[in-house]
Design a binder for this molecule. Sequence first.
Ligand SMILES: NC(=O)C1=CN([C@@H]2O[C@H](COP(=O)(O)OP(=O)(O)OC[C@H]3O[C@@H](n4cnc5c(N)ncnc54)[C@H](OP(=O)(O)O)[C@@H]3O)[C@@H](O)[C@H]2O)C=CC1
Ligand SMILES: CC(C)(CO)C(=O)C(=O)O
Length: 304
Amino acid sequence: MKTAIVGSGAMGQLFGARLLWAGEDVVFVDTNPTTLHALNERGITLTTDQGRQHTPATAAPASELEGAFDLIIIFTKGFHTRAAVKSVAHLIGPDSVGLTLQNGLGNAEVLQEYFTQDRTLLGMTDFPADMPEPGTITSASKGKVLLGGLTEGAVAQTVATVLDRAGLNAFAASDIRIPVWEKVAFNAALNTISAVTGLTVGQIGDEPHARGLAAAVLDETMAVAAAQDISLSRERVETTLSEAFAHHTHHKTSMLMDREAHRRTEVESIGGAVVDLGTRSGVATPVLNTLCELVRALEPSPTE
Ligand SMILES: NC(=O)C1=CN([C@@H]2O[C@H](COP(=O)(O)OP(=O)(O)OC[C@H]3O[C@@H](n4cnc5c(N)ncnc54)[C@H](OP(=O)(O)O)[C@@H]3O)[C@@H](O)[C@H]2O)C=CC1
Ligand SMILES: CC(C)(CO)C(=O)C(=O)O
């Protein structure tokens, strides 16, 4: 499958490297010249608990590519989704499929403007990825991908099979809104609390006050999802949180890492999107709203 990874940071490189090892034809697209240079010069080295693997890589800015791609995976941060999809509009043919596995809400709606509803896929992944420097990725051997379409169809199964063959443990889900929202609940709780407190995932699990806040955010997010007719499983989200507390002990969430690096965070597409939907649906989200306001207060101003 001729695949473009658009947004070739930690997650883009993890997925792209695995697809390359499975024999797929992959090009990495990014706006960061340092990343493009590093990928072309050094390729990607991925380290997991199962060892270290290397692959050469081909990377280019979107403007240098031409011809239709079969699969275009968007892996930018949520606030760059629109610019990223727009930059590859010339690579979208009538059969091209767009996939977002980004955290948060609202990304698939942008993709569908360019790929159409039938050829837009969305989903979630709980594989973590850290990138100490471009081309060097650390991740875990355990994780999964759940994906599905905005409409029913065979496209989701085809793409899930390709990702699964690449060792990404991928499944097509019957109602993809549920796993996407369950991941949103997980990130709304962990990412905002970690960004505000500086606690790692394991430390949140060990700290009764932080754990209490996470439970309150979960309650609020479940209520907002229910108002959209999406029924989340509290048990499943709690199990995922407990597993993260136990296994991602020293992991800093991406929002905490962004805060520490004085970068913009994904607060708007994760917690902020839940609060907005809550406001429109008449569901109060006081705890999540306060956490989001604190994350915003800690973000660099646009001029910094
Ligand atoms: N890291 C993780 O463990 C996980 C992350 N996710 C989600 O995956 C998504 C990606 O995260 P992650 O890989 O960590 O993010 P990164 O910041 O590591 O990577 C994003 C990349 O996209 C680049 N970029 C910015 N704008 C554009 C554009 N217009 N076109 C192409 N590339 C662009 C960035 O460049 P620059 O740096 O110059 O801005 C950067 O190289 C997020 O939604 C995140 O929440 C989901 C599961 C786990
Ligand atoms: C790595 C993971 C799953 C949990 O912290 C994540 O989604 C994030 O940091 O944004």
